[in-house]
Design a protein around this ligand. Structure first.
Ligand code: PLP
Length: 346
């Protein structure tokens, strides 16, 4: 039988997401935290492996609701926020609008589900182009708008005035993806939820040291949560992840210290990169820094040859690479190696 011909048109056109492991000594490519939560793993021994997980993730949601000052009915848990992007698009459909460059999963998932995408370029400062976005909203009437703020891979927050205007003018749901909010100096959009019934906030535990667990969540009005919950698979967050996430989130001091260190290291990394002639880092509110160099492909390869893995963003943002903030030692090694590579290239 010809399997290819059986596959849906929109799926046969896709390519599998390329997340292959590249061997390296210092891994600064995936916006992970350099600090893990090993002590939280001890709770794993109390799990009954023969039983299904709590389908409602009740303990986890109660804890998150307390931290965020919302009700449990306003939270929906996901196997990473990637899964929630999938559920949101499955629930509301397209067109799906997002600025570019941004997190690639909005487009990938929309296409996998056969929905049309509308991409609006960011302006020269990597901020939202409000005029073009509002124009596209009027013309395309997107059911869903995804705004990553702080934005991946550029690192900046979008102007809150522009986001507000979009929320106000949209005829559909606006999702503010706050995956990097813990590292940001801005307040975020949670306080606006009660006034905007088409607003969804997405958060994740992945960037604060728990990427292995795959736990993300969205916060929204109870009506939106109830609708999206209809497409959620019953046991989407497994027992290990639920328990370990609860244990880790209770360790507030460890969480706070890790985030604080990463933020101060980000600022040191930024200043260090600024001092290297031929390197232009862009200000960041996240746990990574986008930077421009003259020959990004060569610099990427030279760093890797020295064992340092960063992300090559040259396709999405011309001339740019992205480096995740690591431990102080890793950041120092990165700065020294980068300076050496640039010096040798002259
Ligand atoms: C990393 C990232 C996510 C994915 O988070 P998971 O919870 O690990 O699926 C979502 N949004 C943005 C903008 C990200 O950079």
């Amino acid at each position: 039988m010809n399997i290819k011909r059986l596959v849906k048109k929109e799926v046969s056109r896709l390519r599998a997401y390329n997340a292959k492991e590249i061997p390296c000594r210092i891994k600064l490519d995936a916006n992970e935290s350099p600090y893990d939560f090993r002590p939280a793993l001890t709770v794993a021994k109390d799990i009954s492996t023969n039983r299904y997980p709590d389908p409602d993730a009740a303990k986890l949601k109660r804890l998150l609701a307390g931290h965020l000052g919302v009700k449990e009915e306003n939270i929906l848990q996901g196997n990473g926020s990637d899964e929630l992007i999938y559920y949101l698009i499955a629930t509301f459909g397209g067109p799906v609008l997002y600025p570019v460059p941004t997190f690639s999963m909005y487009g990938i998932i929309a296409r996998a589900l056969g929905e049309r995408t509308v991409e609006v370029p960011l302006d020269a400062e990597f901020d939202l182009d409000a005029d073009k976005t509002l124009q596209a909203i009027r013309k395309e009437k997107p059911k869903l708008i995804f705004l990553s703020s702080p934005n991946n891979p550029t690192g900046n927050c979008f102007s809150s005035g522009k986001i507000l205007k979009i929320v106000e003018k949209a005829a559909g749901i606006v999702v503010v993806d706050e995956a990097y909010q813990p590292f940001s100096s801005e307040k975020g959009f949670l306080p606006l939820l009660k006034d905007c019934n088409n607003l969804v906030i997405m958060r994740t535990l992945s960037k604060i040291g728990l990427a292995a667990l795959r736990v993300g969540f969205m916060v929204a009005g109870a009506e939106i949560v109830a609708e999206v919950n209809k497409v959620r698979l019953p046991f989407n967050v497994n027992s290990l992840s639920q328990s370990i996430a609860v244990a880790a989130l209770k360790d507030k001091k460890r969480l706070r210290n890790a985030v604080k260190t990463i933020m101060s290291e980000r600022d040191r990394l930024f200043e260090g990169m600024q001092k290297i002639e031929g390197v232009r880092p862009f200000p960041s509110e996240a746990n990574f820094i986008l930077f421009a160099v003259k020959s990004p492909d060569k610099v990427y390869g030279a760093l890797l040859q020295k064992g340092i893995l960063v992300r090559n963003i040259n396709d999405a943002v011309r001339g740019c690479l992205r480096v995740t903030v690591g431990t102080p030692e890793e950041n120092s090694a990165f700065l020294k190696t980068l300076a050496g590579i640039i010096r040798n290239a002259r």
